[in-house]
Every structure is written in C-alpha cells, then in structure tokens.
Write a protein that binds this ligand. Structure first.
Ligand code: HPA
Ligand code: ZN
Length: 338
C-alpha cells in the first residue's frame, strides 16, 4: 500500500504550529535550520502539554502581517498536497495575530482570502476554524466566536477552544459556546488530552461540541465511550502529538486502535506539523506498523472524518463520493464501488 498516495481528510491542524522551514526562512532569513530544529520543533518527549505549547509562539511571531499570513497558508497547502489531502480544516486563534496592528477582523479576512485562493489553486477543499484559548477572558472568547458568525458565509466554518486544558477551567468560555449554539455554528473543543474523562464530560455538557479535539482519555470511562458512540461525537485523534506530550509512553500504548475497534467515530490528524515534526502520511505509517491498519481502516476513518466535517451537506456528499471512488480505484477488492 502506498500510504502517501491515500486520499486523506485532516480535521485537526493548527495553522500557526505548522510552518515548514521554507516559509520560516522566507519570512525571516536570519533563522537558521538549526535554530528551527531547536526552537520551533519540540523534542520527541515533552514534560506535558504546557511544555509542548511553549514552542507555539515562534510560528505566531512570523504571522503578523497580511503577506506573512498568506505565505503560511500557501506553505501549509503545499504540505497538504504532499500528503494527498482531499479536505482539511485549519485552525488558529485570530487574537494572536495583532502584534503589528492588524485588527481581529483583518486577520480573519486576510487568512480567509489566502485560504480561498489556495483552495482555487490546489483543488484541495478546506475550511477554517477559529480558536479561543483556555487562558483567554470571557470577552476574548466572545470576540472570537462573533468572528465565526461574522465570517460564516466564507471559508470560516467553526469554533474551537485550544491551549492548556489542565491549567485553566472552562467557566470563562461557556457563554461563547452558548452563543455558538444559538447561532447554529459548528463547534469542536480540545478535551480529554491533558485531563481525563471528567474533562470530556464537562466539555460535552457545557460546550456541546459535535467533535472533540483528542478526547482519547475517554477510553478510561466505558460509560463515556458508550456516550460518544450513541451521540456520534467524533474524536479528532492525533497519536504522535499525544505520545510527545507524554500522555502515553509509546505509540503502541495509545488507545486510538481500541477506540476505533469499540466503534467510536474518529480520524487521524497531525495536530501541529512543525511542533510534532510529523506529516499525515507518517502518522498513517505508524498506524499501519503499530496496529496493522490497512486500506479499509484508512478508508473507514477518512469517511468518518467527512461525515463529521463542518461543511454543507451537498459538499459532504461530493467529497464522500470522491473518497470512495479514489479508494476503490486503489483497492477494488476491499473498497466497494459506488
Ligand atoms: N492541545 C491544546 N492546544 C493546542 C494543541 C493541543 O494539542 N496543539 C496546539 N495547540
Ligand atoms: Zn490541537
């Protein structure tokens, strides 16, 4: 199986944590490759999520003008093309890009315009998710969710909460998710990564997302696993990232395969291509090597990703059709024709 050539759907991908050395060098030629390795990429083992996240500001610093935002979006689309990504959702926190005087609205406008152009040029379908951050105030969370509403007829499609789950409670963000619900906005939320099942229960109860970013510690509570299945809550799983933040010692100990076999809807993602230092194809390779996933498993999880994607139904049907056609062409014995 040529893993690289498999069509892929990536739902959990931080734009600001996924700069290749090429684009870093184009934006700031004084940054050497050694510095990039040292400062932008986290070691294969971090102490925890907070330690991992200390690398994120390096990329964000380089994404403060319209031109820089455009370069970073184009760079990420090149990486998506190399992984044969069919559809991607890219996320970032607009309020982190105001250091050179852009307004939050301008940040979203320029990033959205760059995304629209990259979609046209590459043929890779994509949408943007705007993130609030755990340490933000209620006002910052509300400002972010209002941007999702304001841009909802563009490539901006949903709302997320990221950053340090273990360090900051949910209280400041409940109203923002309530606003999202009232306005019919798609939502996902990071949970069940740095904290256990109680964090996933709390997130489901107070934020009401249709997907969970990570959510892998749900495996520790069989009732939660049953709940995720019953309500078709999709998990955006990023195994290498979880091993890196030392949630699991090794890839083999990661519960992704158990969750999948238990019937939880999930798909594979990189989370942060630079900090994690992984491509989506490499992530798939590890799944094949560690858990013996074959083309039918990759097809099934990509199909689940599209079913959970934050897109209108007609586009979803078109992408599901393309996915099946392309997997069938690669493995006619295993993947049925339409
Ligand atoms: N968790 C929370 N916030 C993040 C992550 C993550 O894994 N990656 C980038 N921001
Ligand atoms: Zn993430």
């Amino acid at each position: 199986m040529d893993i690289k050539a498999l069509p892929k759907v990536e739902l959990h991908l931080h734009l600001d944590c996924s700069l290749s050395y090429n684009v870093v060098n184009a934006i700031d030629p004084t940054i050497t490759e050694a510095q990039y390795q040292e400062e932008f990429i986290a070691p294969a083992k971090c102490h925890n999520l907070a330690d991992f996240l200390t690398r994120a500001p390096k990329g964000i610093e380089l994404m403060q003008t319209p031109e820089q935002l455009k370069l970073v979006v184009r760079d990420l689309f090149k990486q998506l093309a190399a992984d044969h990504v069919l559809y991607a959702e890219l996320r970032f926190a607009p309020l982190q890009h105001l250091e050179k005087g852009l307004t939050p609205e301008e940040v979203v406008h320029y990033t959205e315009a760059a995304t629209a152009q990259a979609v046209r040029e590459t043929g890779i379908e994509a949408r943007l998710i705007l993130c609030t951050l755990r340490h933000y105030t209620e006002a910052q969370s509300m400002e972010t969710v209002r941007l999702v509403e304001q841009f909802k007829d563009t490539h901006v499609t949903g709302f997320d909460i990221a950053a340090d789950e273990a360090g900051f409670p949910i209280a400041a963000h409940v109203n923002a998710f309530e606003y999202a619900r009232q306005h019919g906005l798609f939502c996902t939320a990071h949970a069940g990564e740095a904290k256990g099942p109680s964090s996933v229960w709390e997130t489901l109860a107070y934020f009401g997302p249709s997907r969970i970013g990570h959510g892998v510690r749900s495996i520790e509570d069989p009732q939660l696993v049953a709940h995720l299945k019953k309500h078709q809550i999709h998990l955006e799983v990023c195994p290498t990232c979880n091993v890196q933040i030392d949630l699991y010692d090794t890839y083999a100990q990661h519960p992704v395969d158990k969750l999948y076999r238990a019937g939880v809807a999930l798909n594979l993602n990189t989370d942060a291509r630079t900090i994690v230092n992984v491509s989506l194809s490499e992530e798939y390779q590890k799944m094949q090597q560690t858990f013996g996933w074959d083309i039918a498993d990759f097809y099934a999880t990509n199909r689940q990703a599209l079913l959970a994607a934050f897109i209108p139904n007609q586009l979803k049907q078109d992408l599901l059709f393309q996915l099946q056609k392309r997997y069938h062409a690669l493995a006619p014995q295993q993947i049925p024709a339409q």
